[in-house]
Design a protein around this ligand. Sequence first.
Ligand code: ARG
Length: 265
Amino acid sequence: MNSRKIASLSLVVIILATMLAACSSAGTAAPTAAPETRPFVIASDASFPPMEYVDESKAIVGFDVDMMNAIAAAMGFKVEYKNTAWDGIFAGLEGAAYDAILSAVTITDERKEKYDFSDPYVNAGQIVVVRAEETAITGDKSLSGKVVGAQIGTTGAFAVQKIAGATLKEYDSIDLALLDLLNKNVDAVVVDTPVAANYVLASENFKGKLKTVGASFTEEYYGVVARKGDPTGFLPKFNEGLKKIKADGTYDKIYAKWIGASPAK
Ligand code: ARG
């Protein structure tokens, strides 16, 4: 082989390698194209009914999804959902694996230091769930000396940490916590009110076996989360769309469908 052939061969190798590298990163890398030319990529931990979960046909459904789809339609943008485990969902946002998180995320001061939030879209405080036959635990005030389950890194877990004498047991998803409650490995579970109301009182697995006690004992609002500075410009579009679907009655319909009654005004 002469040196010219070697040179052109190595050129081909370099081009192929570059093409390969470009291909492999396209699947995993951050959505870099301008948001106007692609769907907004939205991460959601779809294990939190009725807010977001995977139905029998493997589709991601729930209040959040209906609300987001209605907003996207009203505003004329496209969205694509990425089912993402809760533990790591904020890290993925920081790594720009998606534009925003839509996952019944409570707006908290600590999170606001690191991320930007949309306008609040649902009022949802924490509530205590116990086994149906439980009589000693009547709400958050009777959890001292008890073992209490919650989803890891959620405001439910933070609330349990603040209860003197309560021992927190964390789970990757809320259904695992509720199953452990049924199996008597924890005395109670603390979770967002809409999830308690839906999952505990209505689901096949838990209906009649679990109940909520006491009133919701924290003041919380859900918001959509973006990186600091919202570099892909999602939040203003979301906020404007939220106003539209509230004004035309769509929001109330979606609320009634998934959460019940009418939203606390
Ligand atoms: N609202 C709670 C929080 O922000 C729980 C959210 C959990 N969401 C989920 N899709 N698993 O901490």
